[in-house]
Design a protein around this ligand. Structure first.
Ligand code: C2E
Ligand code: MG
Ligand code: MG
Ligand code: MG
Length: 284
């Protein structure tokens, strides 16, 4: 019976692979037009102080408004963009949009932008960031770049040099999805990061699993001793927040405080209407 089923299964499997290939080719083709057609937009999700819940910064998260498929989330197209190298152009466009947006806010909080390993391995990247900041009129201190551990897990010295250069200019650096990659401690210590973002897989079970709690305790302790801030991502419940507060995690991000949205809160965009002191930022 297994023999009868075998070839059929292979056929189905082969068809599945071909479909996947076709899908990714279509995506590649659509992507080439998408930047020009301005189909990529940026959503903003707040990162808050774990205790006061005041907004500390916003993270810029790319979305693709696809003409036929509708709103696509990054996990469905970033891997393709990485493979084709299109991520460089896409990433530059996100940086431009996010920096311009942040420069327009009445409250000078930070903007956090994700950077792919491919972008970081380009020697020209640091210069690109500098000219985007200049064009937007955004002080370097207000930009934070989120990089993953895999960016640094390479023999190539460009990513580390680039990050060190950006940091000297005042740009802040966060390490994203911490705990899921393979960063060696020696590599981490070569670059003083400003923040460690604890992956949401740990945060998810912080109030229900002893293991997750212990891992977060370890990471926040490490962050403290290296003079970095710890940020918990994916905080969805009050219980989770309570555990994180008890562990001394400084900042938090998640649906509990706000989902990614195309617009930031009015109090950030326009300032506090009732306040006597309106804060004005540099820029245009
Ligand atoms: P990330 O940088 O780790 O971003 C956090 C992700 O967690 C976002 O998914 C966000 O929507 C989601 N999230 C936030 N709070 C919660 C929560 O409470 N519960 C749950 N279940 N999820 C939450 P998103 O927007 O789909 O982005 C996925 C990933 O795509 C990002 O993960 C980042 O690695 C990548 N990405 C997004 N925008 C860009 C970009 O402009 N450039 C690059 N290179 N990568 C990007
Ligand atoms: Mg991120
Ligand atoms: Mg993350
Ligand atoms: Mg993540």
């Amino acid at each position: 019976e297994a023999k009868k089923e075998g070839p059929g299964k292979i056929k189905v499997f082969r068809q599945h692979m071909l479909d996947k290939l076709q899908e990714s080719r279509t995506l590649e083709r659509d992507m080439a037009m998408a930047i020009e057609n301005k189909e990529f937009v940026v959503y903003y999700q707040p990162i808050v102080d774990s205790f006061s819940r005041e907004i500390y910064s916003y993270e810029a998260l790319i979305r693709w408004i696809h003409p036929r498929k509708g709103l696509l989330s990054p996990d469905s197209f970033i891997p393709v963009a990485e493979k084709t190298g299109m991520i460089n152009e896409m990433g530059k466009s996100v940086l431009e949009m996010a920096c311009q947006e942040a420069a327009s806010w009445a409250v000078p909080i930070k903007i956090s932008v994700n950077v792919s390993p491919l972008q970081l391995s380009c020697k020209a990247f640091a210069g690109t960031v500098l000219s985007i900041l200049k064009d937007a009129g955004l002080p370097a201190e207000r930009l934070e770049l989120e990089v993953t551990e895999s960016s640094l897990f390479t023999e190539n010295s460009t990513p580390l040099n680039t990050l060190n250069k950006l940091r000297e200019w005042g740009v802040k650096i966060s390490i994203d999805d911490f705990g899921t990659g393979y960063s060696s401690l020696s590599r981490l210590s070569k670059l003083a990061f400003d923040k460690i973002k604890i992956d949401k897989s740990f945060v998810n079970s912080v109030s229900t699993q002893e293991d997750a709690l212990n891992i977060i305790r370890l990471i926040t302790g490490m962050a403290k001793s290296l003079n970095m801030k710890a940020v918990a991502e994916g905080v969805e419940t009050e219980d989770q927040l309570e555990s994180l507060q008890a562990l001394g995690c400084d900042l938090a991000q998640g649906y509990l405080f706000g989902k990614p949205q195309p617009c930031v809160e009015d109090k950030i965009r326009y300032g506090l209407i009732h306040s006597h002191k309106r804060t004005h930022t540099g820029g245009a």
